[in-house]
Design a binder for this molecule. Structure first.
Ligand SMILES: [Zn+2]
Ligand SMILES: [Zn+2]
Length: 397
């Protein structure tokens, strides 16, 4: 390490190492921010540590002043795309003489300024793995990484660590554990990390049938949808009712169930083509700004002008010149819609809360509706407790 100028240590003419400390706020939990800091510190040959602290991230780094300066700049300018990191404080600090850089376990201290991390839509890299037969998580409905996947939905307590999520009872298999602990892996410290060998599976529940296998559960859901029936799906963000959006009688049945005779319903459309919007363009006319909005991380329901020959049932939005459409945001949505073909199932939400992800409440799901859920019944109950409990305050609706 080269000789650096004085930085915070009184009286020294030159010191081999300076030390600095940063406090970062904003969206820094659940977005791979600590692993990013770790890699960045290694790149700049700095020692020290990073830790969560009351919803913020605290960083202590030691090294040459020039490397510390570059590191400090990159903390903000090169943060992961999902992070909205904000520099709260930077100051000189006493040298602690670390011999490496570590991610410390979260400080248990006061929980202040907590930003509950939001659920993040499936990223491009995970989407590519999901459809790659050679990938370990090929067609795994709960694929995720530090840049995508559920956060808010899984959290029982802060800070955001695996032990505080509903995933904590799934012990990582050797391969997942290797990814979780490898600083160079994009799943390094991905808290909801899972695979088919060690993570949650889909289950299927309908009168007279109970399936606990992801592939078979998905097949049962698709067959039910093709028969024109309704499926309730608990995915990221709560329950949705699904039916084939091109089938008039299926839509009529769903309207009767929801006692919603005429209000427009929103439809989730399959992701097709390079930008994911090829199918959407057969349904609605999209301007450049509407296309960008539809792809944005909030995955909003977008109201757009319908095409005259749109392949949706007329009763989806009777008498309207627009359709409410959205793109899939979880791997399970992607799998369902890709496999269904044709118009794809609509994932219906009333449009009175346009633009907001409306969570269906479990009590809205009556008898006779087939269900696709994750985990075993016991796990599901625990998940539902989380869904309705205190842990769900804050974050998006
Ligand atoms: Zn991802
Ligand atoms: Zn695994």
């Amino acid at each position: 390490m080269s000789v650096a100028v004085q930085d915070g240590s009184q009286g020294a003419i030159s010191v081999s190492k300076a030390a600095r400390r940063w406090r970062m706020g904003g969206r820094v939990q659940g977005v791979g921010f600590r692993p990013f800091v770790y890699r960045l510190a290694h790149f700049h040959e700095l020692t020290g540590w990073v830790r969560n602290c009351g919803g913020e991230v605290e960083i202590h780094a030691e090294g040459s002043s020039e490397q510390l300066r570059l590191f400090g700049e990159a903390l903000v300018s090169r943060a992961p795309p999902a992070a909205a990191a904000r520099l709260l404080e930077v100051r000189a600090a006493p040298n602690e003489h670390h011999d490496g850089f570590r991610i410390l376990s979260s400080a248990q201290s006061e929980v202040l300024h907590v930003h509950v991390p939001v659920d993040l839509f499936t990223c491009d890299e995970c989407l590519a793995e999901l459809s790659d037969p050679k990938a370990r998580r090929y067609r795994y409905p709960f694929i995720n990484c530090t840049q995508c996947g559920p956060r808010y939905t899984l959290i029982r307590a802060m800070p955001y660590d695996r032990r505080n999520t509903t995933l904590d009872r799934f012990t990582l298999c050797a391969e997942c554990a290797a990814e979780y602990t490898d600083p160079l892996d994009r799943r390094f410290h991905a808290q909801p990390l899972a695979c088919a060998a060690c993570g949650p599976a889909l289950s299927w529940h309908s009168p007279g049938s109970w399936i606990e296998d992801s592939t078979a559960a998905l097949a049962a859901a698709l067959a039910t949808l093709r028969d024109g029936l309704i499926v309730a799906m608990r995915g990221v963000g709560g329950y949705h009712l699904l039916c084939d959006a091109s089938n008039e009688s299926a839509v009529a049945q769903l309207r009767a169930r929801k006692r919603r005779p005429a209000k427009p319903l929103a439809v989730m459309l399959p992701w097709r083509g390079d930008d994911g919007l090829d199918y959407a363009r057969t349904v609605v006319r999209l301007s450049a700004s509407e296309a960008a909005a539809m792809r944005s991380s909030e995955r909003p329901i977008l109201l757009a002008a319908r095409n005259a020959d749109a392949p949706l049932a007329h009763s989806v939005a009777p008498g309207m010149s627009e359709f409410g459409v959205m793109l899939p945001y979880s791997p399970l949505h992607h799998l369902l819609l890709a496999d269904f073909g044709g118009a794809g199932p609509g994932i219906f939400r009333a449009l009175e809360k346009r633009g907001i992800l409306v969570r269906e409440r479990s009590r809205d799901i009556g008898a006779g509706v087939a269900r696709i859920t994750i985990g075993t019944e016991k796990e599901l109950k625990q998940l539902l407790t989380v869904l309705d409990g205190e842990a769900r305050r804050g974050g998006h609706a």
